[in-house]
Design a protein around this ligand. Structure first.
Ligand code: FES
Ligand code: FE2
Length: 445
């Protein structure tokens, strides 16, 4: 007999989910170990550290990490913790430095993590200190189309295998241009909600006509966006797909329409259309006609906590999440377009974003319900579209029949269980890469 699973929080037959995973400290502590201690985590973008000796301070779960580019141009993810007594060796958000000196006793590390200098190495330590074993703790680093990922797990699969066929969809935003992308930001703020609720929300199109009714009406009236009703959503040919924990939503239409991004309006549509037409031959060469013309990535999540482009949902306790919102733009796009996207993105999804404010209040209540004496005894219901997803002839992953479905959410929590119940990476299943990646785009851009 196999050993009993520690976590069985989602009932695959009914979609009922145990609310305790949104509030209990012990489960949260286990997540830090089993999920954030072993998954590939999005930590930044190469454009944040473009030159040698650049660094950017980020986080892997709750662990502070310095993303640095050493003198040879290689990337490192270094735990920001002095190996002597644990002081932070870097106290700023970003910069350019060959070394990090600890402010407590002065141990000094190179930007590749090696411990280079210790005051009193002879006089105080009698030359007995093994400096070679006392470099900063380093994570494995890899990149996909300029996005930097890192993992603490030595036995983790390659990043390419981890992303799997989700990359087939992600390429349609992140891998369009030869020149790659550029990250602006981040805007940072705290939300009083469990980190999983924001990730789950990335595949929740069901809430949009209700939660965002007022925002959508304003946008229809002033920006010329089409009205957004439940009926439109139910009839939409758009789809959801799920691969290896990653939740994808995408527009499925070959109507030569520029992909929607925040910032599009009656006034700016001309700039978007010109850019769409000017770049389509290049995009088609890089991604092949199906992905270039037909598939437009919508909201999405990269397991566990990378969401909506380059946004990090950083856990800060079971009831709190720190959001880092970057705006990603094609590096070679016209400045006018970059400006419109930057402003549009903040107006919708920033700390003061119109849509963001609608969302956060729902998420706060969802989290709070898990702490109430009576409320937490009753599971959430994630039964929508049960039994209506499967393989698709054109699209990789497990594809939902309808755009409005909770299939991706159910599978996200099942993935969560797979990580939480596994002793090691050997017990975490991965779907093999099966998609055909037409075009010249690769993992490296
Ligand atoms: S804690 Fe860093 S040098 Fe002592
Ligand atoms: Fe929303």
């Amino acid at each position: 007999m196999g050993t009993a699973r520690k976590y069985a929080v989602i009932d695959p037959g009914t979609g009922k989910i145990d609310r305790s995973i949104f509030s209990e400290q012990a489960i949260y502590d286990d997540e830090m170990e089993k999920i954030f201690g072993r998954a590939w985590l999005m930590i930044g973008h190469e454009s944040l550290v473009p030159a040698v000796d650049d660094f950017f301070h980020t986080y892997m779960g709750e662990d502070p990490v310095i993303l640095s580019r050493d003198g040879q141009g290689r990337l490192h993810a270094l735990l920001n913790m002095c190996r002597h007594r644990g002081n932070r060796v870097c106290r700023v958000d970003d910069g350019n430095a060959k070394r990090f000196t600890c402010t407590y006793h002065g141990w000094t590390y190179r930007n590749d993590g090696a411990l280079e200098y210790v005051p009193g190495e002879t006089e105080a330590y009698y030359d007995a200190l093994d400096k070679g074993s006392l470099g900063l703790i380093e994570a494995r680093v890899d990149t996909y189309a300029g996005i930097v990922f890192a993992t603490w797990a030595k036995d983790a699969p390659s990043l390419e295998a981890y992303l799997g066929d989700a990359r087939w969809y992600l390429d349609t935003v992140f891998n369009r241009r030869d020149g790659g992308m550029q990250a602006l930001g981040p805007i940072k703020w705290l939300e009083p909600a469990n980190w999983k609720t924001m990730v789950d929300n990335c595949s929740d199109n069901y809430h949009v006509p209700t939660s965002h009714l007022a925002s959508a009406r304003v946008q229809t009236r002033w920006l010329g966006r089409p009205p957004l009703s439940h009926e439109d959503q139910f009839a939409s040919p758009n789809k959801h797909a799920f691969v290896n924990g990653h939740g994808i939503t995408f527009r499925d239409a070959d109507d030569n329409t520029p992909r929607y991004v925040h910032g599009m309006s009656k006034e700016t549509s001309r700039v978007f259309r010109q850019y769409h037409e000017a770049t389509m031959p290049e995009v088609e060469r890089r991604l092949g006609p199906l992905r270039a013309r037909r598939v437009q990535l919508g909201n999405h999540s990269v397991f566990p906590n990378g969401i909506l482009g380059l946004r990090l949902a950083l856990p800060r306790g079971p009831l709190k999440t720190e959001f880092w919102h970057f705006v990603l733009v094609d590096r070679d796009a016209p400045e006018e377009l970059k400006r419109v996207i930057r402003i549009g993105s903040q107006a919708n999804n920033g700390a003061a974003g119109m849509f963001e404010q609608d969302d956060v209040d729902n998420w706060r209540q969802v989290t709070a319900a898990s702490t109430s004496r009576l409320g937490r005894r009753h599971p959430q219901d994630l039964s929508m579209g049960l039994g209506h997803a499967g393989p698709h002839p054109d699209y990789p992953g497990l594809v939902s029949e309808r755009y409005i479905s909770e299939n991706n959410q159910r599978l996200f929590y099942r993935r969560w269980e797979e990580f939480m119940n596994a002793e090691s990476w050997a017990q975490i299943p991965l779907d093999p890469i099966k998609a055909r990646f037409d075009g010249t785009a690769t993992m490296r851009g």
